[in-house]
Write a protein that binds this ligand. Structure first.
Ligand code: NCD
Ligand code: ZN
Length: 347
């Protein structure tokens, strides 16, 4: 029996589109399924001013596939030189929907990020006044802190103090990976949300490290132990509007991942929705996917819900998933969810 699932057209609240040939190659994988995406600003050099965000938005629009209906929601990369007046003007003009905080050195292209969180207080205060969300890469960079503990330590050392110092600041803790982060977001006072990725819902660190090292599962924050994955699944299925989808789809050409020092990032855009349908079905609550992928994000950002729909169809036989997306810079390996997927987007 064929089963179909119709969802409100979803949005991706954390996405890397890159630039140039990679942008042109990967953009159709997102526009096919998603109506909007919060586009990360960690280009080289990063997108730090309103003018740069507008120019990047125009490059994305110029790369759009024929007939696509997609709106990129732009972000600024916060540095210690960011001018609060420029942030306010870019927000006022509708150019940006969020500002991204990378602790310096925490992840791919984050060298210009923040080392002194007090130094950016004037920008954060401007954002709090305007209701402009701060998207946070929540990991400390202290070399003394084990990579598997960096998110939990960040909550105590940085996130909670920053939120207390700037009351009213709206924060999205991006790509949460631990039970600690899920609990903090659930229990914190004030306006706080969290994005959750496909890979952190589907896999734990054993998938990356047992029986051989699998570079395509290496992303930041790194996959954690299974108990953390279970906490994330519980959060995504809880119906709590603070948790919503952000794929963190992060394309790197295959050669830069299959190497002695591989880049961090999982490329999930082409298969994210099919994987989520399988996951929610396997967890016995397919009905929760619609709000997680299509309602809680726009409600948090104060944006209208999408009008359109996407339809997924379940087949008895597992579907063949795409293995790679070709770009002018080389192929990008698509994330392998490590389980049979019976769903595909059909309309
Ligand atoms: C992202 C990237 O490649 O830009 N990588 C990742 O592992 N998630 C950066 C990020 O979101 O941390
Ligand atoms: Zn990311």
């Amino acid at each position: 029996m064929t089963q179909t699932l119709t969802l409100r057209r979803p949005d991706d609240w954390h996405l890397h589109l890159r630039d140039g040939e990679v942008l042109a190659g990967v953009l159709p994988d997102t526009t096919r399924h998603f109506a909007r995406a919060i586009v990360m600003p960690n280009l080289v050099p990063p997108v730090v001013t309103g003018a740069q965000a507008a120019a990047y938005r125009d490059r994305i629009l110029a790369a759009m596939p024929e007939g696509a209906d997609f709106t990129p929601l732009m972000t600024l990369y916060l540095t210690q030189d960011t001018d609060p007046a420029d942030v306010a003007a870019a927000h006022e003009a509708g150019i940006i929907k969020a500002v991204k905080l990378y602790p310096a050195g925490a992840t791919t292209n984050s060298a210009s990020g923040v080392t002194d969180f007090d130094a950016v207080r004037p920008v954060l205060e401007t954002m709090a006044e305007r209701g402009l969300p701060l998207c946070v890469h929540g990991e400390v960079t202290d070399p003394a802190i084990d990579i598997f503990d960096r998110e939990a330590v960040f909550i105590d050392r940085v996130l909670d103090p920053v939120r207390r110092a700037t009351p009213g600041l709206k924060v999205v803790m991006e790509h949460i990976t631990t039970a600690d982060a899920a609990a903090y977001v659930r229990e914190a006072d004030g306006e706080i949300g969290a994005t959750i990725t496909v890979q952190h819902l589907m896999l734990d660190r054993n998938a990356m490290l047992v029986g051989g090292i699998r570079p395509h599962y290496y992303c930041l924050p790194i996959l954690k132990r299974g108990t953390h994955r279970e906490a994330l699944v519980a959060a995504a299925l809880s119906g709590n509007p603070r948790y919503f989808l952000g794929t963190d789809s992060a394309p790197h050409v295959t050669a830069t991942k299959e190497t002695a020092c591989g880049c961090a990032g999982c490329y999930t855009a082409p298969i994210a929705l099919a994987c989520l349908a399988q996951l929610f079905e396997d967890e016995g609550d397919l009905g929760k996917l619609d709000d997680f992928a299509g309602r809680f994000g726009p409600e948090f950002y104060g944006l209208p819900l999408n009008d359109g729909t996407v339809t997924l169809t379940r087949s008895d036989a597992p579907v063949d998933l795409p293995k790679a997306t070709e770009t002018g810079a080389g192929p990008i390996t698509v994330f392998d969810p490590g389980r049979r997927i019976h769903w595909s987007v059909t309309g």
